[in-house]
Design a protein around this ligand. Structure first.
Ligand code: 5AD
Ligand code: SF4
Length: 470
């Protein structure tokens, strides 16, 4: 999953309808109050922020474009690795300055850190007014209101049913939308805190997801990513099918829209799903398939439920069925007891698969997980060296693969000006590669959301560069 840092900046509409599940009373509007949400962590968290904004918009909140303008500041936190938590602590210390300058401002912590850190955040340190876990966002308006009159609030219960199915997320980013299709995870990989912070797996109804995709298309979105911690174990609660059925239904409902999904678990990557991807031209030929390690012994300790041979069988099936398919992965180095030989096997697997990209991490022990009790015996300098080795290898492979794209012409979905140089614009291939192209003269006859053809002229390990062709 991508680590992202985002802040939304728009005016929210004032919405009239009541908030289901929060209160039976009519909506009490806190007019004029402004909300500022900072998001840390994965796409699930970014989408949760959009849900939080949806819930607060119903109460009449608008979005502030800076902390200075905000009455309520919420940090949507990530607990997946130690450095993610460290970042939040630093940010909260910085927010002390604002709390002194603006004593009426309400500060809250949301998301995966909520349960674990509620006592320290609210208690001794007094850094925040409210702490709200991922399944309790419906209670936010009430807790914020109480915080304005000086009451601290905690809501960190996990739910077996909450999917926020009826909440319309307030999306603020371009032409790409996330659709949350399920929440939680039942896989219990031994290193991972998600099953504890986000609770049990539960899926949204298929019909409602399809309707959301149709609405997004009508609103001008051109790409939708179906989101879940482990999308392959999606099951429609009304018995209308599995993830492959959902993907097919969405692809049929919005045939012009690019459909992506993340994240997959190799154990549940069925032939049916791979064949469904091949069947619909609007399902993007790109799969993020976290492998975590190339050693069977480590995979077993991680409780991943597959061997390297089984993983490679899934890759072979993907390559045979969708020859253009791009692949990315997640890899952890330095998991408990990882030897040089285990590490060598990870490098070997990377040579074999030749991923287009990878997210690579040093193992970081998380409380509550099974691996926490196994110890953390690989020294940090060894983890760092192993991480450097896999990053160097991946950069080389990405660079080599991207060189083979030179001379090819791709359909590119236009996203807008490149961050580095606004005279250059950027977009993405359906295989999820970033393409940079000049936005000048006659070439500039396209707008954000158009699909254009770009011929690739050069490439780095991360980006393709080219010119627009007719
Ligand atoms: N330490 C390091 N990396 C982790 N991930 C999950 N938990 C940990 C941890 N404790 C990585 C996995 C996962 C990705 C989202 O984050 O690779 O796929
Ligand atoms: Fe964590 Fe494993 Fe679930 Fe992914 S599949 S969220 S790594 S427990």
């Amino acid at each position: 999953m991508l680590d992202t840092n985002a802040t939304a900046i728009i005016e929210l509409p004032v919405v009239e309808q009541p908030v289901e599940g929060v209160t039976a009373e009519p909506v009490r509007r806190t007019t004029g109050r402004a909300l500022y949400v900072e998001t840390y962590g994965c796409q699930m968290n970014l989408n949760d922020t959009e849900i939080v904004q949806g819930i607060m918009a119903r109460q009449g909140y608008r979005l502030a474009d800076s902390i200075e303008d905000a009455d309520v500041v919420l940090l949507n936190t990530c607990a997946i690795r130690e450095n993610a938590e460290r970042k939040i602590h630093e940010r909260l210390k910085h927010l002390r300055y604002w709390r002194k300058r603006k004593p009426d401002m309400v500060v809250g912590v949301l998301g995966c850190m909520a349960e674990r850190l509620r006592k320290s955040l609210l208690g001794e340190q007094g850094l925040v007014d409210i702490v709200v876990g991922p399944d309790e966002y419906r209670r936010l308006p009430e807790l914020v209101e109480r915080a304005f009159v000086g009451e601290q609030g905690i809501a960190v219960k996990l739910s077996r049913v909450e999917t926020y199915d009826d909440i319309t997320p307030v999306r603020t980013r371009g032409i790409s939308a996330w659709i949350s299709i399920m929440r939680g995870c039942d896989k219990f990989c031994t290193f991972c805190v998600v099953p504890f912070t986000r609770g049990r797996e539960r899926s949204r109804p298929l019909d409602s997801i399809v309707r959301e995709a149709e609405q997004l298309w009508e609103q001008g979105f051109r790409e939708a990513t179906l989101l879940g911690q482990n999308v392959n174990s999606y099951r429609d609660p009304n018995g209308r099918g599995d993830f492959a059925d959902l993907l097919a239904a969405v692809a049929r409902a919005v045939p012009q829209m690019r459909i992506r999904y993340t994240t997959s678990h190799p154990y549940d990557m069925s032939d049916k799903l791979i064949e469904t991807m091949a069947e619909y031209p609007n399902i993007c030929p790109y799969i993020h398939l976290p492998v975590q390690s190339g050693s069977d012994r480590i995979l077993q300790l991680m409780n991943r439920h597959y061997t390297v041979a089984q993983y490679l069988d899934r890759i072979a099936k993907i390559r045979a069925t969708i020859p253009r398919c791009a692949l990315s992965t997640d890899i952890i180095v330095g998991f408990c007891t990882e030897t040089e030989d285990d590490h060598r096997q990870t490098l070997e697997l990377m040579h074999t698969v030749r991923y287009d990209g990878a997210y690579m991490f040093k193992y970081s022990p998380r409380e509550n997980t099974k691996a926490w009790k196994m110890g953390d015996d690989v020294p940090d300098e060894v983890k760092s060296r192993r991480l450097e080795e896999i990053i160097a290898l991946q950069n080389r492979i990405s660079w080599e693969i991207n060189q083979t794209e030179i001379g090819k012409t791709f359909e590119v979905l236009v996203e807008g000006p490149s961050k580095r140089d606004p005279s250059q614009w950027q977009g993405r291939t359906d295989t999820n590669k970033v393409v940079i192209f000049p936005h000048i003269g006659t070439e500039a006859s396209y707008v954000v959301g158009d699909t254009i053809r770009v011929r690739i002229e050069s490439a780095t390990s991360a980006t393709l560069h080219g010119s627009v062709v007719a």
